[in-house]
Design a protein around this ligand. Structure first.
Ligand code: LLP
Length: 423
């Protein structure tokens, strides 16, 4: 693909220079049609049995995007009291929120219990704490329900830091501890209503996920009468789309998943509610960051383009060595990627760290001072992982609505906002 921006008509006829002028750079720009398309795809991963797709909101918690997820019929999983609060504010009823935390306090568990949000506990000690919290709140027996997160013993993902299943990770309860789950549950009169897992993030080959599904369904037989089984998220998106990387094979995945579920339903004697927890797939491709090139230079043979998209704005490249495709815009138009005119350039941000690099030695059209750079696939773990490092306020977010209008969905932070945190 030569240009994703042109192929997808990403700006829906709006001039990106005007967006940059109106909202400043850097700015996150979202496309509503792409958001709705991806959300509607995950909503249909399982059609034969009761199923909900829980959008994993840690990928992007902008309240306007949460509202789109609500409209598209998704449920959500939350990792913190903050995420639950945002979901409630966006209009999600408590039954459509699943709290999947890690190492939380009794106060946080109490918050979920008070609201009536189903919670998954991911260690024996957290299950015990949940039981004690129920006791201290005098929770009635019929409301003493929770899920437990199983560590399937295997993981998958694009980087060691995002593999969440397997022997070395901090997540989930090991299979050999399952008998202990029943002891603790009996002690506090808790019903284990569901089990869940998440093996890791960003895989393009469905096989490890399908293997993990089979494994969790085998384990499910140890739990009698489950209301739900949640297989986790992790479906990938093509970060190398300009090099023609293919999409996650959703249709093939669905076709291979169904017979696994058929077999389980037969042997378990009923179809519980199946769930998945996709984050990235729902939002990643629906956003780009527009940034301005403020400097160019050559240092010892390396061509640098210095932009305002620092690691405070997008941390994935410096944190995981993640690749994000970049397109160059000049006077509002995409500069064509003619292969004989590409020059290796290193695109950096404006943060005081030598690791503040967006793209290293990347063949790109020659970048000039004053150009806009457009960083693709930034909707997931983009703004949600932003920081104010170097005391730089976090950027605005704007949505290109389905009718082509441009709406600000989060204002840019100001220096005042940063100062206001001090007593
Ligand atoms: N469920 C649980 C329990 C999770 O921990 C996660 C992600 C998800 C679902 C959603 O996974 P997804 O479908 O988005 O792959 N910051 C990293 C990714 C960290 C993912 C953490 N957990 C990145 O930028 O690649």
């Amino acid at each position: 693909m030569t240009s994703f921006l042109q192929n997808s008509n990403f700006f829906e006829g709006n001039n990106p220079e005007n967006i940059a002028k109106d909202f400043g750079t850097p700015v996150y720009v979202y496309n509503e049609k792409i958001l709705r398309d991806r959300m509607s795809k995950v909503a249909k991963v399982i059609t034969k049995y009761p199923y909900t797709a829980n959008y994993s909101v840690k990928a992007n918690t902008n309240i306007h995007i949460l509202k789109l997820a609500l409209e598209e019929g998704l449920n959500c999983d939350a990792m913190s009291v903050g995420e639950i609060t945002l979901l409630l504010k966006a209009g999600f009823p408590v039954e459509r929120i699943f709290f999947v935390p890690n190492n939380v306090s009794s106060d946080e568990l109490q918050f979920a219990l008070e609201k009536g949000v189903m919670t998954s506990l991911d260690s024996l000690s957290q299950l015990e704490l949940f039981g004690k919290t129920c006791d201290s709140m005098n929770i009635q027996p019929e409301n003493r329900k929770c899920a437990v997160r199983i560590n399937p013993g295997v993981g998958a993902g694009h980087h060691e830091k995002v593999v969440t299943g397997g022997k070395k990770t901090k997540f989930g309860i090991a299979e050999y501890d399952i008998p202990q789950i029943f002891l603790i549950a009996a002690k506090y009169n808790i019903r284990i209503a569901g089990i869940n897992q998440h093996i890791g993030s960003l895989f393009m080959d469905p096989q490890p996920y399908l293997d993990a599904v089979k494994n969790l369904l085998r384990i499910a037989h140890d739990f009698k009468d489950l209301d739900f089984i949640d297989f986790g998220g992790g479906y990938g998106i093509p970060y190398h789309k300009l090099d023609d990387e293919k999409d996650f094979p959703m249709e093939d995945f669905k076709a291979r998943l169904e017979p696994i579920l058929d077999e389980f339903v037969k042997s378990y004697g009923k179809a519980p509610l199946f769930k998945s927890e996709p984050g990235r797939f729902c939002v990643a491709e629906a956003s780009v960051i527009l940034g301005r090139v403020h400097a160019t230079k050559e240092n010892s043979g390396i061509q640098f383009a210095g932009t305002d998209v620092g690691m405070n704005v997008l941390v994935r490249p410096s944190m995981y060595d993640s690749h994000h495709d970049i397109e160059i815009l000049r006077n509002g138009n995409v500069v064509p990627r003619e292969s004989d005119k590409l020059i290796e350039q290193t695109v950096t941000g404006n943060i005081c760290e030598s690791g503040d690099i967006l793209a290293k030695n990347r063949p790109l059209p020659k970048i000039n001072e004053g150009d806009l750079i457009c960083v693709l696939d930034t909707g997931a773990y983009g703004w949600s992982m932003c920081s104010t490092y170097n005391s730089r306020p976090r950027p605005a977010e704007v949505l290109i609505c389905a009718d082509g209008s441009v709406k600000q969905i989060r204002r840019k932070e100001t220096i005042e906002d940063l100062l206001n945190l001090f007593d």
